[in-house]
Design a protein. Sequence first.
Length: 282
Amino acid sequence: MKRSELKSAEEKFKFYKEKRNELRAQVRELVEERNLLREKRQGLFEEMHEEKAQRDTLVEEMKKHKAVRDELREKINLLIDYSRKMRGGARGGVEAELERVKKDIQKKELELQIKPHSVEDENKIINELRALRKEKEELERKLGENMKLLGEVKNVESEIAKLKEEQKKEAEEVRKLYERSQEHHRRVEELSKEIMYLKEKISEKNAEIDKLNKKADLYHQKAQELLQKIIEMKGDYRRKKEEEQRVLQELEEKSKEITEIKEEDVEKFIDVLKKKKKIKYP
């Protein structure tokens, strides 16, 4: 084995290892960035949950006020119908009829006082006056009932006005609660979009991390394979050095046995060692 081959292998091993470490450093940075995105997304999830809870609370409160408003509206409509019917009954022309009857009574009384009449005609006028006075009493009774009814109508109309004011307040409260709930709803939609955006970014980071991890694993595998090869190359080199050392040691021991070693003897000895595969000189 040539030293240049070992050196080249060691340089390649160093390159693969550096590339692997460089990629793993990039992966660590990306993992940190991804984790920060995850933390941010989790914070947005929590904020969105809170916004939803507030929105739902406002919606429930709004529903209660809507129910009160609708109940008041129904009461108002019923009272308006009732008031119209009572007012229509009270306007039955009783006052005009009463005035007519009063005038008829005055006319008959005056006629009875200033004109001479026979007994038969006088009795007829008296009977007519008696009937008119009875009709007058009945109309006055009806008028009293109507006045009482009109008083009730006013009370009903006053109650209607009061209920309308309450309904107005409830409607305004519904409007305010709706606007507040919509603010939270819009924020929920904004947060949802941000969360989806972060989800996409996290997916991109994960894809990039996977890609770099695969590259780093590939360089790691190459480095490990080359490292094994370097170990084997160094082992071969060490074994060859040891063989050479043993050959030299045998030569030294041989030299002790003889007083003179000729060059051809050395060549012969080396040939013998070659045949025994103890050395691999060219």
